[in-house]
Design a protein around this ligand. Structure first.
Ligand SMILES: NC(=O)C1=CN([C@@H]2O[C@H](COP(=O)(O)OP(=O)(O)OC[C@H]3O[C@@H](n4cnc5c(N)ncnc54)[C@H](O)[C@@H]3O)[C@@H](O)[C@H]2O)C=CC1
Ligand SMILES: O=C(CO)COP(=O)(O)O
Length: 380
């Protein structure tokens, strides 16, 4: 199954003006989204920094470095020239690792026509500032509507045309509330939507971004426990309690709890916490099995957003006084040298709490150090 459908074959709900899409980043997700936009009938140019990758996309319709064996639509153009990529673009998708976002915004700024919307497709929170990626982009690209596209979307499956859904979120103006179908989010959704790729429209960019950023940290936790030999009960508990951490953080920052139960929170948690296709889950599994960090992924340099973002998520949680014990545990193991077994054993031995958290209680039960040590031993 390959996504190279002719635009005429696609039922459209009405073209709302986005004809040309620039995709910044020629990795797995950049190429998958470029394929999606192309199959939805858009003219697409991908910007990449690597000459071999750019040549391979244009000549072989494949990205052998990041998505080998996955055919890309023939009509995709790739370039190393950012001015060329952005020329005439009605929509820009930024799809490089989150830590590069500020730099990418600065790079495209001189080449964008006024008011062109920019959808962020990377997942994270800026380290140090604690800013959501949309706030970073707002600082760097004044005058451009900034939104996010996020959801349970493995790049390879998406590029192969497996049925996929994602959320497109841009802040709504008052006019948008009266006519949501003409909002920027809706226009972007229409521009990207096809028979195989189903976007949903949201006005809650904070909720959507928090879901995307935090789920990677929770996926590392699930991987760690799986690698350490724990089973499905443990994973289900981490997914559910991890979602609660996301909801609390989203709400305090002005997002909606219900957004986190959507594609970008619950959906993406379900996907990435269930499959070693996820680089985050996979890193956790390898560490849980006892592989030293430098030997994970056979020593290859792989983008694992949750590893870097564990720091920014925990710093942000401290700043806004939100309790995120699972993220804290991942952070302690990855960045503070805490022993994996004992850290997760202690996570389970915390005082009894209410579910939901609005049932405010905390009952200490004496930590049984011998039992914790046994559990820690099982995990080491
Ligand atoms: N792969 C996937 O299934 C999905 C990935 N994402 C998100 O998309 C973002 C990108 O991930 P992938 O495409 O998977 O990563 P990737 O590793 O496949 O590709 C990363 C791309 O970014 C480029 N890059 C790296 N550092 C750069 C820098 N300093 N300046 C300019 N370009 C740079 C690389 O050359 C490469 O083209 C991440 O935030 C990830 O969480 C989101 C949904 C799905
Ligand atoms: O975000 C993703 C799927 O939605 C990709 O997950 P990983 O970055 O863990 O591979």
């Amino acid at each position: 199954m390959v996504l190279d459908i002719s635009p005429e074959d696609l039922p459209r709900t009405g073209d709302q003006g986005i004809g040309r899409v620039a995709v910044i980043g020629a990795g797995a997700w950049g190429c998958a989204l470029a394929a999606v936009a192309r199959s939805a009938g858009r003219a697409v140019t991908v910007w990449g920094r690597n000459a071999e990758t750019v040549t391979a996309i244009n000549r072989d319709h494949e990205n052998p470095r990041y998505m080998p064996g996955v055919p890309l639509p023939a009509g995709l153009n790739a370039t190393m020239d950012v001015a060329q990529a952005c020329a005439g673009a009605d929509l820009v998708l930024i799809v490089t690792p989150s830590r590069t976002l500020r730099e990418m915004c600065g790079m495209i700024r001189p080449h964008l026509a006024p008011g062109v919307p920019v959808a962020l497709c990377c997942k994270g929170i800026e380290r140090g500032s604690g800013l959501l990626l949309s706030q970073v982009a707002e600082q760097e690209l004044p005058g451009h509507p900034i939104g996010a596209l996020s959801g349970p979307t493995f790049a390879k499956e998406t590029a192969l045309g497996h049925l996929t859904a994602a959320t497109v979120a841009f802040p709504f103006s008052y006019q948008d509330r009266l006519h949501p179908e003409t909002s920027t989010a809706a226009k972007v959704a229409v521009a990207m939507g096809s028979n195989a790729f189903r976007p949903y429209v949201s006005d809650d960019i904070i909720g959507v971004e928090i879901g995307g950023a935090v789920k990677n940290v929770i996926a590392i936790a699930c991987g760690m426990m799986t690698g350490a030999g724990f089973a499905e009960n443990t994973r289900a508990a981490l997914i559910t309690r991890g979602m609660d951490e996301m909801k609390r953080l989203a709400q305090v920052l002005g997002g909606r709890r219900e957004t986190v139960t959507g594609l970008s929170g619950a959906g993406d948690l379900t996907l990435t916490c269930s499959s070693r296709t996820s680089r985050n889950m996979s890193l956790g599994v390898q560490l849980g099995e006892g592989t030293p960090r430098e030997k994970c992924f056979d020593g290859r340099n792989v983008v694992v957003e949750g590893e870097i973002n564990a720091v920014s998520v925990v710093e942000l949680a401290h700043r806004v006084k939100v309790s995120m014990p699972i993220c804290e545990a991942v952070h302690a193991v990855l960045h503070k040298g805490a022993p994996l077994g004992e850290t997760f054993a202690r996570l389970w031995a915390r005082p009894i709490e209410g579910e939901p958290a609005s049932l405010s209680l905390s009952i200490d039960h004496p930590a049984d150090d011998a039992a914790i040590n046994d559990l820690a031993e099982r995990m080491s």
